[in-house]
Ligand binder design. Sequence first.
Ligand code: NAG
Ligand code: NAG
Length: 276
Amino acid sequence: MKRGPSSGYLGMLLLGLVAALQVTSGLEIVTIEGPGVVKNGSVPQLVLDCKYDITEYDKTGLVVKWYFNRQPFPVYQWIPTNEPQDLGLLKGRLNLDYTVSEEEYTKHRALAILRPTTELTGEYTCSISSFESEDLKRKSLIIYAPPVDMSMTYSKPSEDSVVVSCRAGGIYPEPNIAIFRSTTASRRRDVIEGAKIDRQHFPEMGYYNISIDLEVFDYELDSETMFQCVLTIPGTEYKLNEEILYFPVSEGQLLQVYSLTISSLLLIVLYHYWQH
Ligand SMILES: *[C@@H]1O[C@H](CO)[C@@H](O)[C@H](O)[C@H]1NC(C)=O
Ligand SMILES: *[C@@H]1O[C@H](CO)[C@@H](O)[C@H](O)[C@H]1NC(C)=O
């Protein structure tokens, strides 16, 4: 096939473009591979792999660094062909023998965190640089702690209302809590407004406690109400439910209660009267 002059020019143009791209792109981080959400104390080792493309030029002066929460000092540094170093927050918390491959200029690019716990929750930045160019990418990691306990109760501050309470503790990071209700007739869940939420942070313990109180009048409820307390941890799929079944005092029952009280009072009065 005879190629026309125009296709020849096009081919040269494309080649030129590709060459230009290769020269200007230099070091590039493709992605940071690894989990985004992990349960506290659930894995022996967590790997965040900073995958980069490297050209021959970039091998001179290559430095791989990891930073935590955009702080100015690195928590890990590796200069091929030296040994990697753990620093700051990650000092003593890494598996420095971990390698992603046998390749001299990539093998120690990953962070291998041993037994990750909640305080390592944050944003990790991988930064690579050479004499020619540099690049960085970020990834957030949540190491969550589910509640150690959760309980739901109700009390009756008055004859015709109920306070539904729910509490949970030992949670990280800051959780959310809500109370829903459903009747046995319709499984539709309604979130109830006007609840009082109390969050407590214990920084030295590294966890949050949370509680919710909700007061409702019996007349607002159907004959049989299922209250459901739902605890969630933002940024994770974690969810925990507790349920409680409540039978509001119906008007008929209220009348009975009143008449009982009145009859007892009457009896007491009569008794006193009879005594004197
Ligand atoms: C996270 O796990 C560590 C080690 O298992 C434990 O000491 C710590 O109390 C846990 N943190 C929370 C908030 O549960
Ligand atoms: C916080 O929650 C934990 C776990 O339920 C509990 O042991 C602790 O007493 C709570 N602290 C306060 C001040 O309520």
